[in-house]
Ligand binder design. Structure first.
Ligand SMILES: NC(=O)c1ccc[n+]([C@@H]2O[C@H](COP(=O)([O-])OP(=O)(O)OC[C@H]3O[C@@H](n4cnc5c(N)ncnc54)[C@H](O)[C@@H]3O)[C@@H](O)[C@H]2O)c1
Ligand SMILES: CC(C)[C@H](C(=O)O)[C@@H](O)C(=O)O
Ligand SMILES: [Mg+2]
Length: 357
């Protein structure tokens, strides 16, 4: 049965890292006879430059039909002065909301070879394996009303709305409880229930769900404490579930525990397990075009695609093993470089993964 993968390289380092991940996908396709077909489309700033909008109808149509999507990154300073509604980031947010990709899985795993690349002491991070489950289509990112308005005083006021319905909380809660069941059976729900009513409801719904998952130990933590605990003692966590904005912030923080943001993949799934896969990092305008970005988060996102949307666990395992092998060989892009290792370019890293496969 043929399945289709849509490639959305996007902006900045996006095309550089997706090019390497694409080679890996082709190789895996042949090696495991997966019968995958490929297409590509414009999103973000690249789409704005060609079509004036960050998410052209054609891209959305292709995305709806694809079994899985691989996205590089969107955004960059040249589009930062555009109105909010037509910025590159709206292309990404539009894909997430139109495809109802509400469940964002961001695994922070420390490859033992990179213990010294982390900014934390090796004993604090060695063996780290946590999963952040971030709600992706609700919360303050999408709440209405929003905007900038003129007050009677003449002053302008910016405002956003932080809202979650019970059903939105329940469906992301179930994903997180089920993930915890498959792992260490510990779930920490992160909120700000001491200040925000929306997260009082969040906590209530999580408590309610707990009854359906008696084998999972549920705890709650305020987000400020969670940010601190993640650098103090990150291994206390197994699965973390949280809302859209807290999850955005905590996952970048967790990335650094693994050595670099260039190592953190992600899956964004809807209830049919259709998924969009992307590295957690952005378009890195500061290093774009130099051929030095780390492609491993994107290559590891391909492994997540094979596992979650295409049900090809053996192929996913092979990619993860190949990544581990190149790290064993001492190959490092600049972001994970340490003494005694060999510094390589984006392309050399991609080639090394291909060879290891
Ligand atoms: N999913 C996405 O498409 C996504 C995610 C985050 C940010 N963005 C956008 O990206 C642009 C830049 O945002 P930012 O600078 O805040 O975050 P960023 O993640 O792009 O970069 C932060 C820092 O990490 C480094 N970095 C990121 N990815 C790397 C990689 N693969 N290898 C080596 N180093 C890497 C960058 O060089 C930079 O110093 C903005 O327009 C933002 O909106 C997009
Ligand atoms: C680019 C931006 C819209 C996006 C987000 O905030 O979700 C990014 O930071 C991410 O983490 O995927
Ligand atoms: Mg982010």
């Amino acid at each position: 049965m043929s399945r289709s993968v849509l490639l959305l390289p996007g902006d900045g380092i996006g095309p550089e890292i997706v090019a390497e991940a694409e080679k890996v996908l082709h190789k895996i396709n042949d090696k495991f006879s997966l019968d995958l077909t490929f297409d590509s489309a414009l999103v973000g700033g690249a789409a704005i430059d060609e079509t004036d909008v960050p998410l052209p109808d054609e891209t959305l149509e292709k995305a709806r039909k694809a079994d899985a999507i691989l996205l590089g990154a969107v955004g960059g300073p040249q589009w930062d002065s555009l109105p909010m509604a037509v910025r590159p980031e709206k292309g990404l947010l539009g894909l997430r909301s139109n495809l109802e990709l509400f469940a964002n899985l961001r695994p922070a795993i420390l490859y033992p070879q990179l213990a010294s690349a982390s900014s934390l002491k090796p004993e604090v991070v060695s063996g780290l394996d946590i999963l952040i489950v971030r709600e992706l289509t609700g919360g303050i990112y999408f709440g209405q009303p929003r905007g900038v308005r003129q007050l009677e005083s003449g002053e302008r006021q910016g405002y956003n709305t932080y809202a979650y319905t019970e059903s939105e909380i329940r469906r992301i809660g179930r994903v997180a409880f089920e993930a915890a069941q498959q792992r260490g059976k510990k779930l920490c729900s992160v909120d700000k229930a001491n200040v925000l009513e929306v997260t009082v409801l969040w906590r209530e719904v999580m408590e309610d769900l707990k009854r359906e998952y008696p084998d999972v130990e549920l705890s709650h933590m305020y987000v400020d404490n969670a940010a601190m605990q993640l650098v103090r003692a990150p291994k206390q966590f197994d699965v973390i579930v949280t809302g859209n904005m807290f999850g955005d912030i905590l996952s970048d923080e967790a990335a650094m525990l693994t050595g670099s943001i260039g190592m953190l993949p992600s899956a964004s799934l809807n209830s049919e397990k259709q998924g969009m896969y992307e590295p957690c990092h952005g378009s890195a305008p500061d290093i774009a075009g130099q051929g030095i970005a780390n492609p491993l988060a994107t290559i590891l996102s391909v492994a997540m695609m094979l596992r979650y949307s295409l049900n090809e666990d053996a192929a996913a395992d092979a990619i993860e093993a190949a990544v581990s092998k190149v790290l064993d060989q001492g190959l490092r892009t600049g972001d994970i470089m340490s003494e005694g290792a060999r510094k390589v370019s984006t392309r050399e890293m991609g080639e090394a993964v291909l060879n290891a496969l």
